[in-house]
Design a protein around this ligand. Sequence first.
Ligand SMILES: C[S@@+](CC[C@H](N)C(=O)[O-])C[C@H]1O[C@@H](n2cnc3c(N)ncnc32)[C@H](O)[C@@H]1O
Length: 266
Amino acid sequence: MSDDKFSLDQIREHWTRQAMEHGQSPAASWSDVNVIEMEIREILQYLAEGERVLDVGCGTGYSTLQFAAQRRIAIRGLDLIPEMIAEARARLRNVVTGLPGTVDFGVGDITGLNEPDSTYDKVVVIRAIINLGDWPRQRQGLGECVRVLKPGGLLLLSEATLQGWRQLNTFRREWNLPEIPVPPFNRYLDQEEVCSAVAPGLELVKLVDFASTYYVGTRVLKPLLARALGATVDVANPEMEWNRWFAQLPAVGNYGTQKLFVFRKA
Ligand SMILES: C[S@@+](CC[C@H](N)C(=O)[O-])C[C@H]1O[C@@H](n2cnc3c(N)ncnc32)[C@H](O)[C@@H]1O
């Protein structure tokens, strides 16, 4: 892994810039919009009518509003970056048809949530913990999510894992493709470390490698084909039929960097 990691200030600057450059495009969160859509599809399966849901590290609220549009829930989105929340509020103001439930957005830090204990039926965290710089802060963020969850509630954590990243790079190495580096503003999670940090309060119900096939298609097969043809490709390009098609295939294997942990609070 690269040692050129960003400081917390640099991480904050990175996300502020993303909000200002991309506004309400989902690219404010990540250029690989197909994985964002897959995450939404997966997480929606666990959200039920009438629930209180917290979406921490919600960015500009792209996923938050999709959850709110498809379930009658009371959802609150929180993000560290005021510019992200300004975009999320603008997005909410632009919703023309009535949402079945309620939505609100606020500035908040996952490592110190200004929310009472045992409040939410579901806590959703999508690619936020990997942005906390080091493991002590990541553990603190996870602890806060556990604290605000009701007993019996679910923590739906979609994050990049070291195990998935290594497995994907093993596949690439077989074909002499270079290792994909971890971005300097991220610290990927060790699956074992996460599970033991939240135990015994949280039980792992499921670890879903929902994007494994998509990662093989776009991070192994696509660059190989490009190399054979002498072409240059953007592996994450959401406008390519290649990416759209792979995003629709059932997930097979354990090659997805991004995985969904489903934890239940005792
Ligand atoms: C990869 S984006 C994900 C955004 C959103 N969850 C989504 O799925 O589109 C990571 C988000 O985490 C936010 N973030 C970083 N550190 C945070 C913290 N300490 N507390 C809350 N949010 C944080 C960033 O501002 C950014 O919006």
